[in-house]
Ligand binder design. Structure first.
Ligand code: ARG
Length: 389
């Protein structure tokens, strides 16, 4: 029997896919990757078994997700089109990696995923698989099956005795992990309409957030966040903790009209409290310790790095090379940033580092000033020379 490893989430699409593959003569092995989504894994596992998967792998990939995917993106300041912290996009190469690992273990030649034919995720998963395990053949049932609507899938599920949870029925399409939630479809497809309150899944409505701001300090070592208010946290716990504080203050929402890789524009709403806090803090610390030219050049690299993640090029030489550049810039990104979280905003109110390049004696307008004001004259003369000619 042909064996296929299916990236399984427990949701409708991939549950239906188990049966669909079985009907086509495949031995289906389900692979559920835990990247921090809120899901009942035991229930999902039982469901896959009931539908007919011969084996189910549940991979706890949270730590790997944070250390090998989220932190490199953070060090790079990678934010797609200035608004999207790439939560979904970062998880895809990791899911592909897990699929390839299970395929190797199971000696399977086929892998499958539940991505649609017009999204970015199919590209990210397949390009990643191509780089990691070029011998595998990928099948994307949603691109080929006759079940072209949610209703058609529901009917198929009913007809084949596949359990469908009515409780998790949401008018939106959600993708969730440790780094954030992506929300699309339903009324959000009208880009002129404000997202309804129920679109947001994890953050408090800023209007309803506490009237008293929360102050927090985030400590970094070589560009990697390590502490909150002076207390050390393990990577996953640090993110969960910031998610909690940020969400309570309505931090990290964004309403975006984005350019998809497949050529269309789409409207998506994001919630990423921890990502929002960490990106704000990290960039601020860089502002303190990196010299001007490096800081500016790194902004260009950030743009490229965000595209690379969005476009599914995680397993590329470009990524490896940019990482070595970025890591070389992080040697002095050690210190602490103080932030104020207040009704949806996250603002920096203080920063310090033993590697600070800020010199009060040079910056001050008081009598302690040591800046050579006279020298500015010559500097301006030469700097402005081309424009006087
Ligand atoms: N637009 C985002 C991306 O391409 C998220 C895609 C998944 N969104 C969702 N609501 N299922 O990375």
């Amino acid at each position: 029997m042909k064996k296929i490893i299916l990236a399984y989430s427990g949701g409708l699409d991939t549950s239906v896919a188990i049966r669909w593959f079985k009907d086509r003569g495949y031995d289906v092995v389900a692979c559920l990757v835990d990247v921090g989504q809120k899901a009942d894994f035991a229930k999902a596992k039982a469901k896959a078994k009931k539908i007919g998967a011969s084996r189910i792998y549940v991979a706890d990939a949270k730590e790997e997700f944070v250390e090998d995917f989220i932190f490199p993106a953070l060090k790079a300041n990678a934010v797609y089109e200035s608004k999207y912290f790439l939560a979904t996009a970062l998880s895809r190469p990791l899911i592909a990696k897990k699929l390839a690992e299970v395929a190797k273990k199971e000696k399977a030649k086929y892998v499958a995923h539940g991505c649609t034919g017009k999204g970015n995720d199919q590209v990210r998963i397949e390009v990643s698989l191509g780089a990691l395990a070029p011998g595998l053949s990928v099948i994307a049932p949603l691109r080929e099956w006759e079940l072209t609507s949610r209703n058609a899938e529901m009917r198929y599920a009913k007809a084949h005795n596949i359990p469908v949870e009515a409780t998790r029925k949401s008018p939106y399409s959600l993708d969730e992990n440790l780094w954030g939630v992506s929300i699309e479809c339903g009324v959000l497809e009208n880009p002129a309409a404000e997202p309804p309150k129920n679109a947001y899944q994890i953050t408090k409505d800023p209007q309803q957030a506490p009237a008293k701001p929360a102050y927090i300090r985030v400590g970094f070592e070589k560009g990697v966040p390590k502490t909150i208010n002076g207390k050390a946290y393990k990577p996953v716990d640090l993110i969960l903790q910031l998610q909690k504080i940020g969400a309570a203050h309505g931090v990290g929402r964004s309403d975006m009209l984005e350019n998809r890789l497949v050529g269309i524009k789409s409207r998506e709403v994001y919630e990423a409290p921890a990502a929002s806090i960490l990106h704000t803090a990290h960039k601020e610390l860089e502002a303190l310790v990196l010299d001007r030219e490096l800081f500016h050049f790194k902004e260009m690299v950030a743009l490229k790095y965000s595209e690379l993640i969005y476009y599914g090029l995680w397993y590329s030489q470009l990524k490896v090379s940019l990482d070595s550049f970025i890591d070389s810039t992080q040697k002095k990104v050690t210190g602490e940033v103080r932030l104020k979280l207040y009704k949806g905003s996250c603002t920096v109110v203080g920063r310090k580092s033993k590697f600070s390049l800020y010199k009060e004696a040079l910056a001050t307008y008081s009598e302690k000033d040591t800046f050579d004001h006279k020298a500015a004259e010559g500097f301006i003369k030469i700097w402005g020379l081309p424009y006087r000619k």
